[in-house]
Write a protein that binds this ligand. Structure first.
Ligand code: MF3
Ligand code: CO
Length: 262
């Protein structure tokens, strides 16, 4: 069952999303070579609780932290650790979620600045294409379009660079629960899948690998890695198809999607 949000509920989700945006901005600024991913996790939890929100990842199905910190060949769900010390050139993805007044938001980014300038050209391109694939998809998140339009736009763009689009993990509906229906694949056929309607709130989250799209799970029961060991990038926002039937980035307040020449 897909829960459509009314205007008042969308407003509450905007507030939740705006707070998560602030948290992720602070985290971005904090990332430095030499620090551990556990330090970033402690900082994230402090920021979230300071604003009377709840870290949604912590204790979710037993998950032990407030963020996921996935490095290099780790795709998602990397568990923060004081043994994972960031070094220049690492490709670090941070994923975080919170609950404010009962409403969830979920957002992730892959950092371009662990040791500014140290990221290889090849990895920088992967990170930029992952972000742009998200925007290509989200521009299709319009009343009357279908989920497959989003997935197809993401897939077509990412694959045009020879990258692998992870298939085993998807985006998802989000609202009072972190994971609601529908699931939001990063691949698909135009015109296929659930029809998009005003009031739908979705976490759209392309996970793009330099190499092949097959993944494996580590023994910790959480961390997902690429099977071929290639570097992976992740970008996610909680979005709404708003009252006007248009995509709105709830975890990137004020961001205006521009029209794109086809
Ligand atoms: N952001 C992740 C998702 O989109 C959730 C992380 S799983 C958790 O599904 F256990 F870490 F919470
Ligand atoms: Co998500």
């Amino acid at each position: 069952m897909i829960y459509l949000k009314n205007a008042q509920q969308l407003d509450l989700m905007r507030k939740s999303g705006a707070l998560l945006y602030e948290v992720l901005c602070r985290l971005r600024e904090a990332i430095k070579p030499g620090m551990s991913t556990a330090e970033l996790d402690v900082y994230a939890e402090q920021l979230i609780r300071k604003h009377k929100a709840i870290p949604s990842f912590l204790d979710y199905q037993g998950y032990p932290a407030s963020i996921c910190a996935s490095v290099n060949d780790e795709v998602v769900h990397g568990i923060p650790s004081d043994k994972t010390i960031l070094k220049e050139g690492d490709v670090l993805s941070i994923d975080c979620g919170l609950i404010l007044d009962g409403w969830q938001s979920d957002s992730a980014f892959t950092d371009l600045n662990v040791g500014v300038g140290a990221i290889s050209e090849e990895n920088r391109k992967l990170i930029e294409v992952t972000e742009e694939s998200f925007y290509k998809g989200v521009r299709k998140a319009i009343n009357g379009n279908h989920l497959g339009d989003i997935g197809n736009a993401i897939q077509t763009y990412a694959e045009s660079f020879g990258y692998g689009v992870i298939r085993d993990l998807t985006g998802h509906g989000i609202g009072r629960a972190m994971h609601e229906e529908p699931s939001v694949p990063n691949f698909g056929k135009p015109g296929h899948g659930t029809r998009l309607r005003p009031g739908m709130t979705l976490a759209v989250e392309p996970m793009i690998a330099m190499g092949d799209y097959h993944v494996a799970e580590l023994e910790d029961g959480w961390t997902i890695v690429t099977e071929d060991g290639s570097v992976c990038s992740h970008y996610e926002h909680t979005i709404a198809i708003n009252e006007h039937g248009l995509p709105e980035l709830l975890t990137y307040p004020g961001f205006a999607l521009t029209e794109e020449a086809e």
